[in-house]
Design a protein around this ligand. Structure first.
Ligand SMILES: *[C@@H]1O[C@H](CO)[C@@H](O)[C@H](O)[C@H]1NC(C)=O
Length: 123
């Protein structure tokens, strides 16, 4: 399980940098609303930070699951809403739920078992 979270965090981190770069360049050809571009940037920043958090949390299954679900829902819904607000309007309520999952992940790190130091997997 910890290896899956480790790999997920690393892949999500790579994707976050790519999506952030796209938001700073190519996306501007399709989206002009600065608030939408700001939302995209927020999504990429939260994804990047929580990708690192997922590496740290990879030996804590509760935190790992919450970070994975939270990034997917929070950042994923913001990306979708930026690309096509009308089509993905139903994802509006998903963003704050994802945010709550991210908060829950940090709290799971705060109160979960940590063992004798962090034991990161060797993938
Ligand atoms: C940006 O995201 C927020 C939710 O985090 C949403 O309420 C707002 O409508 C979005 N803005 C635009 C222009 O899509």
């Amino acid at each position: 399980m910890s290896t899956i979270f480790w790999r997920t965090g690393a892949v999500f981190g790579a994707a976050a940098v790519g999506l952030g770069a796209f938001g700073a360049h190519g996306l501007k050809k399709h989206v002009s609303d600065p608030q939408k571009l700001a939302n995209w940037s927020t999504a990429a920043q939260y994804q990047l930070v929580h990708s690192v958090a997922l590496l740290v949390a990879s030996n804590n299954p509760v935190a790992g699951a919450l970070f994975t679900a939270g990034m997917t829902m929070f950042s994923g819904s913001l990306y979708a809403l930026t690309l096509d607000t009308e089509r993905f309007r139903f994802l509006g309520p998903v963003t704050p739920i994802g945010g709550l999952c991210l908060i829950g992940g940090w709290l799971a790190l705060a109160f979960g078992k940590r063992g004798a130091g962090m034991r990161w997997p060797r993938p």
